[in-house]
Design a protein around this ligand. Structure first.
Ligand code: SF4
Length: 265
């Protein structure tokens, strides 16, 4: 990450709870109640912090526990709107653009380490950072599809390069919901946008496996080797169930809800 780059993770204390007010939610396994767009969640406190932050999963709000705006919320409030103290609908519009741009930036932070494509990734990161800095009026005209298209092609090239000598199965977009994958060799697998909800990945080695956009909600990764996985983001990791034996990429933190690493004897 460049010294001037915005932080790539949420800082709710510097936001105005935009993600707890702006989106509409339909009651589901991830969010326990219906909520119309623009209406504050009933658990939102007057100080714009969550009243059940330490009990989200137990209370049926697991989706909130894993959500990450990649730092877009504080960018909207502190930069785009100059440290405003009150929410406005224009902030929600800006967040709709900035959140996907910040996600692209988080992935580009990994891609810049690519030996063959790092320079292209750094160039694209600079251009996306310029978009992130636009004012609110210009932000809504950003061509998100074009940014995603260029980034997607670049991530493809990064993955192809990283998998050299380690070609696993091509499972892009595969429906692997609830699948027992413990005996599959997934080293170097392409799992872009794969549905891995509730999949059993215990002990699986995912070295150089592409996980861009894979749905890992509830996937059991206890003992899995994720340290070498490609294009894995913090919210994806937070949605899994891991333990002390799970390895994670160096740029990602171990989720708090995983079993703690036992102390050294
Ligand atoms: S449960 Fe908490 S984090 Fe989730 S929307 Fe409500 S206030 Fe926000």
């Amino acid at each position: 990450m460049s010294a001037s780059a915005p932080a790539r993770s949420a800082d709710c204390a510097r936001c105005l709870a935009l993600c707890c007010v702006g989106p509409a939610f339909v009651a589901s396994a991830d969010f326990a109640l219906d909520k119309p767009a623009g209406v504050p969640c009933p658990h939102l406190r007057a100080d714009d912090l969550c009243g059940i932050h330490d009990r989200l999963r137990e209370r049926g709000f697991g989706g909130c526990a894993v959500f990450d705006c990649f730092g877009a919320g504080q960018q909207v409030v502190q930069v785009t709107f100059g440290g405003a103290r009150r929410r406005t609908t224009a902030m929600f519009d800006a967040l709709e653009v900035l959140r996907p741009l910040h996600e692209v930036l988080a992935l580009l932070d990994e891609a810049v380490a690519s030996p063959g494509h790092g320079a292209a990734a750094a160039d694209l990161r600079t251009r996306v950072e310029a978009l992130v800095s636009l004012d609110a009026g210009a932000l809504v005209d950003v061509d998100l599809a074009a940014v995603r298209g260029e980034a997607g092609a670049l991530f493809d090239a990064v993955v192809v390069e990283a998998r050299t000598g380690r070609r696993g199965p091509d499972l892009r977009g595969a429906d692997l919901v609830g699948a027992d994958l413990r005996r599959r060799d997934l080293r170097g697998a392409r799992l872009r946008s794969a549905l891995l909800v509730g999949a059993d990945l215990r002990g699986v080695d995912l070295d150089r496996a592409e996980l861009l956009g894979a749905d890992l909600r509830g996937a059991d990764v206890r003992g899995a080797h994720l340290a070498g996985a490609l294009l894995l983001t913090a919210p994806q990791l937070a949605a899994t169930r891991g333990d002390h034996a799970t390895t994670v990429p160096a740029h990602l933190a171990r989720p708090d809800h995983w079993a703690p690493v036992p102390p050294a004897r």
